[in-house]
Design a binder for this molecule. Structure first.
Ligand SMILES: Cc1ncc(COP(=O)(O)O)c(C=O)c1O
Length: 380
């Protein structure tokens, strides 16, 4: 009943961390709500559990599945993607330098600028699709190169193997936010990343009903021990139920990601060249500037598309008002398709084009999704 060592990701997703309960025989994993665990008269803890901020059964099962899924030595689960990102940044020291992509989830820039800069962590914002620019940004104090590919929300593609080489030549860690790629679409640890970061709120959970984050380490090092210490000491950990929901989501994740991806490809191809659109951004399209790299480093192109509408922000917002099937909401990776005007959610400093709409393609019939968007975009 254990996962064979040669198991492939789809098998790992269904099996890892799941075993019949030794007491009741329950096939579905029980949810352990207890925050505290029995101590023996000699002072030891035979179960290995002491107090749930430090370690808890549903989190242990989830972390085992997360590590196995990416082929990492260990994984740490957090209460959100940004909590996971914060733990990695906190594992660095004041005076260290981080290279952060220009095309990145805006919350990461906010963390670096508003939380970690006052703490003494230095950073440069660089276009990570331009390898020379990344090389030029390296300093003797650079300790972390962060990448996000495909990026949120412009779907930019960076060359992950090349970035890994630059980071390692500089003696820095290379971390990849693989939330959009997913462990099925993009094997970032195999491409040279030292750590994969996920907002497990998205495709792992998969149903828009749980918040979570994860770090998966290729190998354990001193930095990883510090991440583990921060997880237990700062306590930004998922509840038992949240860990359980994300672990359950992982079981169906491979099938969902396949469908998200094939739906997105159909929708992107169906919208490409539409007269009301200035651009359709999807790494699976031959015209995408990162397509050749995406073909090399991705097994699936993912479920995220962004489109730029002719007529500016006003027309983009009007499109979101005309859709009938897509839901106007933030976030991504759930079963239902979502549409969002990113510029207005990211605030006035946002570098996102004002006419850009981000589409999280769900599991509906792709033709229905395309019909809805064509109707909403209008004009021909
Ligand atoms: C690519 C990416 N990374 C990180 C995050 C942050 O994750 P969370 O909202 O779980 O903190 C998001 C959220 O939208 C995201 O899209």
């Amino acid at each position: 009943m254990t996962t064979p060592p040669t198991a492939r990701p789809a098998t790992i997703a269904v099996r890892a961390g799941h075993a019949p309960d030794p007491v009741t025989g329950a096939i579905a994993e029980p949810i352990t709500l207890s925050t505290t665990f029995l101590r023996e008269p000699d002072g030891t803890f035979t179960s290995g559990y002491i107090y749930s901020r430090e370690k808890a059964p549903n989190r242990t099962a989830l972390e085992g599945a997360l590590a196995a899924l990416d082929g990492g030595e260990d994984a740490a689960a957090f209460s959100s993607g940004l909590a996971a990102t914060s733990a990695l940044l906190q594992a660095l020291r004041p005076g260290d330098h981080v290279i952060c992509p220009r095309e990145v989830y805006y919350g990461v820039k906010k963390l670096l600028g508003q939380v970690f800069a006052p703490w003494g962590l230095e950073h440069s914002i660089v276009d990570t699709t331009d390898l020379d620019a990344v090389r030029a940004a390296v300093r003797p104090t650079t300790r972390l190169l962060w990448a996000e590919s495909p990026s949120n929300p412009t779907v930019a593609v960076s060359d992950l193997s090349a970035l890994a080489e630059i980071a390692h030549a500089a003696g820095a860690l290379f971390a990849v936010d693989n939330t959009w790629g997913t462990p099925f679409g993009q094997r970032v640890l195999e491409l040279g990343a030292d750590v994969a970061m996920y907002s497990t709120t998205k495709y792992h959970g998969g149903h828009s009903d749980v918040l979570g984050g994860a770090l998966v380490a290729r190998t354990r090092g001193a930095w990883w021990e510090r991440v583990r210490m921060l997880q237990a000491t700062m306590g930004a950990v998922p509840s038992a139920f949240d860990a359980w929901l994300i672990h359950r989501g992982i079981a169906s994740m491979e099938c969902r990601v396949q469908r998200h991806s094939s739906n997105a490809e159909s929708v992107a191809r169906g919208l490409e060249g539409h007269p009301a659109l200035e651009a359709v951004h999807y790494p699976g399209l031959e015209r995408h500037p990162g397509h050749a790299i995406a073909r090399r480093q991705m097994r699936m192109f993912g479920g995220m598309i962004s489109i730029q509408v002719k007529g500016g922000a006003a027309e983009a917002l009007a499109v979101t008002g005309r859709v009938r099937l897509f839901t106007r909401a933030t976030s991504l990776g759930g079963v239902e398709s979502l549409i969002e005007h990113r510029h207005s959610i990211e605030g006035p400093e946002s570098p996102t084009p004002p006419n850009l709409l981000r589409l999280s393609i769900g599991l509906e019939d792709p033709q229905d999704l395309l019909d809805d968007l064509r109707m909403a975009v209008g004009r021909g």
